[in-house]
Design a protein around this ligand. Structure first.
Ligand code: AMP
Length: 524
């Protein structure tokens, strides 16, 4: 007997067993699982009436609200494909991703209605525009009214485990994002692996500090529901609200990129006061520093578990699994182990660190190689991009582009990124994209953007620029230029003029030299 592996099975089980339990809290609103799934059903029914059929794409631009959470059930149970977009991007980015995904319906939170209105004439493939919240607007369908008027009945098609569940856009290393195709099976596997390693129960309460769009909220959009635990929505991150909700709702679990951990650890004592201890925190997205882990565990009494992965791997392919022998170590030594990315999960498949010939590197803690993986969490490929798909997984292994060493205990530790994506505040920034924008400035001849360490953001983009002969521009002018043309989180925090960029014999810019902060500054 075979039943397709899909997160929709979690929905079925939880509806049966936990319908009476509180499921979702969003501001002053609260729903039980029975009420929450009834809303999902009505929204599926409304979408069906709007013409959405199996295989259609439905895009969302929304912070962490109950409406965004509903999309993770209402869209897939129609056999349609959810496309949750990074709301921090620009109208230009939204245009590209909506067009590239071929979305039929676009659902937008009030903060982003204007951005979409500004590009609406280009979105000729979109048949319906839905405003998820806010006061009614001309030409936008109101979400709550559609749900209120919808029948609870809809036709559910047969859904296979290898059918597409979501398309999640990466920022990629080129200027254009790639659409990661995640199947029902991928998401089920990752969810079960997460739950096996860090179990939850109906007694748990999960706080949404991590954006739901980011690799489907590391599948917590489904795992919290699978456990019958409570979701507490957090549309806008700030440390004071995190601590207040942690106290008021007795939060037991949350996910946070290292930069968010730093913000939480740095909050004033009066803001942190009275926070429950023992909160289980999952961290990923960038390497967390041991000192950050130590501070959170020591000062707040929270327990950190690091996972590692990519949007392409649904996302977790490693976890820093705690071992009994770690427990007796002094706090500092334990934090240093927790700062490692760890070992493969039970469900994620095989993980190796290999050299350029594909041979495993020795487990000596010093020889670096590339992390590769194969297993049931690896994406089906990049949407409409067979070349990029073949490039990263054509040999039967998914190549992560992350460089790592293997310690003698088998635990993997990332040392660098092979690619030059900058991760600032947990979000990827393509240096190539920022460089391309800088090159459009009249005074700039060449530019290279690298991530430099930042206490607040983990790392922040920094631009090294070579001016055209007889030209110059102040950092303020360049910053304004970037702010006008890029999503603000991508704007370089600093600009260093240089006489020339360090390059290899074949003309490639040596970014590691720039990162070390030793460019030729003789031009200044
Ligand atoms: P994304 O697809 O946006 O999740 O970004 C994936 C990239 O984030 C990986 O290729 C890594 O470079 C980085 N990353 C994710 N988790 C970790 C981690 N725990 N430690 C270090 N880097 C990480």
């Amino acid at each position: 007997m075979e039943v397709p592996l899909t997160p929709l099975e979690f929905m079925r089980r939880t509806r049966r067993l936990h319908a009476h339990r509180e499921a979702v809290i969003d501001g002053s609103q609260r729903w039980t699982y029975g009420e929450f799934f009834a809303r999902c059903d009505r929204w599926s029914s409304a979408l069906q009436r709007l013409g959405v059929v199996q295989g259609d794409r439905v895009a969302y631009i929304s912070p962490n609200t109950h409406a965004q959470l509903e999309s993770f059930y209402a869209v897939p149970q129609l056999g349609a494909v959810l496309v949750p977009l990074n709301f921090r991007l620009t109208a230009d980015d939204f245009r590209y991703m909506i067009q590239h995904s071929g979305a039929k319906v676009v659902c937008v939170a009030h903060e982003y209605l204007e951005a979409i209105d500004s590009i609406r004439r280009d979105l000729t493939g979109v048949t319906q525009f839905v405003a998820l919240d806010g006061a009614g607007r001309f030409d936008w369908l109101p979400y709550e009214t559609l749900i209120a008027n919808a029948s609870p009945d809809f036709t559910r098609p047969a859904i296979g485990e290898n059918d597409l569940l979501t398309i999640n856009y990466t920022s990629g290393t080129t200027s254009r994002p790639k659409g990661v195709m995640i199947t029902h099976r991928n998401a089920w596997m990752n969810s079960v692996g997460m739950l096996a390693h860090t179990p939850m129960t109906p007694a748990d309460t999960y706080l949404w500090t991590l954006p739901m769009f980011h690799a489907n909220g590391w599948t917590f959009t489904w795992t919290v529901t699978a456990a019958g635990a409570r979701h507490v929505c957090l549309p806008k991150f700030d440390a004071a609200t995190v601590f207040r909700l942690a106290r008021e709702e007795q939060v037991t679990r949350l996910c946070a990129a290292p930069t968010v951990l730093i913000m939480l650890a740095s909050a004033p004592a009066e803001v942190q006061h009275g926070t429950p201890r023992g909160v289980g925190v999952m961290t990923a997205g960038a390497p967390p520093a041991a000192v950050t882990i130590e501070r959170i565990e020591d000062e707040l009494g929270w327990v950190i578990t690091q996972i590692y992965g990519l949007t392409e791997t649904a996302p977790a392919i490693s976890i820093c699994e705690p071992l009994p022998e770690h427990a007796s170590l002094p706090a500092g030594a334990r934090a240093r182990i927790k700062a490692r990315q760890g070992v493969e999960l039970i469900t994620s498949g095989e993980l190796r660190v290999v050299d350029e010939q594909g041979r495993e590197v020795p487990a000596d803690g010093t020889t670096a190689g590339e992390i590769v993986a194969r297993g049931n969490v690896i994406m089906a490929g990049y949407y409409n991009d067979p070349d990029a798909t073949a490039q990263c997984m054509g040999d039967g292994w998914f190549h992560t582009g992350d460089a790592a060493v293997v310690h003698p205990d088998g635990y993997v530790q990332i040392t660098d990124r092979l690619k030059d994506v900058i991760i600032s505040g947990g979000e990827n920034i393509s240096s190539v994209e920022v460089e391309a924008m800088l090159l459009r400035h009249d005074a700039i001849q060449e530019a290279a953007v690298v991530g430099l360490p930042s206490e607040k953001w983990g790392e922040s983009p920094h631009a090294f620029v070579v001016f055209k002969s007889g030209h110059t521009a102040s950092p303020e002018v360049l910053r304004e230029f970037c702010r006008a043309n890029l999503a603000h989180f991508k704007v370089p925090h600093g600009f260093t003029p240089v006489a020339e960029l360090p390059k290899t014999a074949t003309g490639k810019i040596q970014k590691f030299v720039l990162r070390k902060g030793r460019p030729n500054l003789s031009a200044q």
